[in-house]
Design a protein around this ligand. Structure first.
Ligand SMILES: NC(=O)c1ccc[n+]([C@@H]2O[C@H](COP(=O)([O-])OP(=O)(O)OC[C@H]3O[C@@H](n4cnc5c(N)ncnc54)[C@H](O)[C@@H]3O)[C@@H](O)[C@H]2O)c1
Length: 385
């Protein structure tokens, strides 16, 4: 193991904790990595939260103001895990301060925000990695390889789904996620952003789309204290939900393939039901995040009545070998973030990007903006860039 790299985390809610744990674990899983992350600083605006994180995980410094991190010469790389409305300001400032950036999706409120962060990263020459973790699953890597190798023929159509109940409870608090100003879009940025990234990662660019959105729970109670993740609130004053709970979208890919992407945050009875079914002229692949290590595969020359088998991912698929020596040992969500941390640190060590970049975030955000425009005007829209 070579030199140390000073890292910091801004925003210590759910994702801040996951990034921190990933930094701690990455040397265990990727011992050949030539940089070793050292936890230098953590910032969170909630009083005491950064101090608690420092005590639990061993950050040298705790702060309430992220600007202290931007000014800290010991910090060379920063995780931005604060709410969406802060991504642009913090991301640009960190890049301009010469800090490499591991930033959570959707990278801001709009494609403009994502472009601003991408621009700062390109201009300053720092590395930028984005939290599109689902593409890191070894089964998704296996699906990509099968498709690219022509194993399912020419891709004809795909269904991508992201259904969750995290906002389904009527007492779910009106956190930043439901406000235009601090959250931006709703399920578009939260879940459909991952769906667009998977679509592009597996099938290439989206040429045009048409979308429909809906708000199903129009009011929520304001939180009465500090929040993290999906807090409940009762008795608080009711306020309006300002962004969409649901999106359905028809996709036309540049390749000619067709697709349906559907995402919902208020799906009662669905917990992290994320996945895809991709059909080609000779076969099909399907994946469900909840059975992360399994890929449904149909291939052969039968066309009709062609069997479907389960491929249990193993050491030959994606980064699986960094975790287990044999197939069908289950991996978890946190492992996808360890892979992402490795991509980030390896990008820094080698001076060339690995994994999802700010360019990918711009593409995803552009498609989300196009979905919002299409839903408003009822037309087909080309995401462009
Ligand atoms: N990749 C994924 O699968 C995934 C999953 C969940 C969330 N996310 C993304 O991660 C980001 C954070 O989401 P979360 O679920 O962790 O939210 P969260 O509400 O749990 O945590 C956000 C944290 O940021 C802190 N914060 C707010 N303002 C701040 C400021 N000015 N300076 C420093 N800290 C501040 C809050 O106090 C809180 O601790 C969002 O952009 C979200 O879209 C990604």
């Amino acid at each position: 193991m070579g030199s140390t790299l000073g890292v910091a985390v801004v925003g210590f809610g759910w994702m801040g904790r996951v990034h921190t744990q990933a930094y701690a674990r990455v040397p265990h899983h990727f011992p050949d990595l030539s940089v070793r992350p050292e936890l230098i600083a953590v910032a969170d605006e909630v009083p005491g939260r950064a101090e608690e994180a420092a005590a639990q995980y061993g950050f040298a410094t705790a702060a309430r103001d992220w600007r202290e991190i931007a000014a800290d010469p010991r910090v060379q790389a920063v995780s931005v895990a604060a709410p969406n409305f802060l991504h642009r300001e913090i991301g640009v400032a960190m890049a301009e301060a010469g800090k490499h950036l591991w930033i959570e999706k959707p990278v801001g409120l709009t494609a403009d925000d994502a472009r601003a962060v991408a621009g700062a990263v390109a201009k300053t020459g720092v590395q930028g990695t984005v939290g599109f973790n689902y593409r890191n699953a070894p089964a998704v890597a296996a699906a990509r390889e099968l498709i690219a190798a022509g194993e399912i023929g020419t891709v004809t159509h795909v269904r991508i789904r992201l259904f969750s109940d995290y906002a389904a409870h009527p007492e779910g608090a009106l956190t930043w996620r439901y406000e235009r100003e601090r959250g931006g879009s709703g399920v578009l940025g939260d879940l459909a952003s991952h769906g667009v990234d998977l679509a592009r990662f597996l099938l290439g660019e989206i040429a045009s789309l048409t979308a429909d959105t809906a708000v199903f729970l129009p009011e929520r109670a304001r939180p009465t204290g500090a929040t993290a993740g999906h807090t409940r609130s009762t008795g608080g004053e009711l306020g309006p939900v300002e962004n969409e709970d649901y999106v359905s979208c028809l996709l036309r890919f540049a390749s000619g393939a067709r697709g349906v992407l559907e995402a919902c945050r208020v799906s009662v009875g669905e917990q992290n039901n994320y996945g895809f079914e991709i059909h080609g002229t000779k076969g099909a692949v399907s994946w469900d995040f909840r059975r992360m290590g399994e890929l449904g595969v149909s291939r052969g020359t039968s066309f009709q009545d062609q069997p479907v088998s389960t491929l249990y991912v193993g050491p030959g698929h994606g980064e699986y070998a960094a975790f287990q020596p044999g197939s069908a040992n289950s991996m978890g969500y946190d492992d996808l973030k360890v892979i992402e941390a490795h991509n980030f640190l390896r990008s820094i060590a080698e001076g060339t990007p690995y994994g999802a970049t700010l360019e990918d975030a711009v593409h995803s955000a552009t498609a989300l903006d196009a979905m919002a425009r299409s839903a408003e005007h009822g037309t087909w829209v080309s995401p462009g860039n």
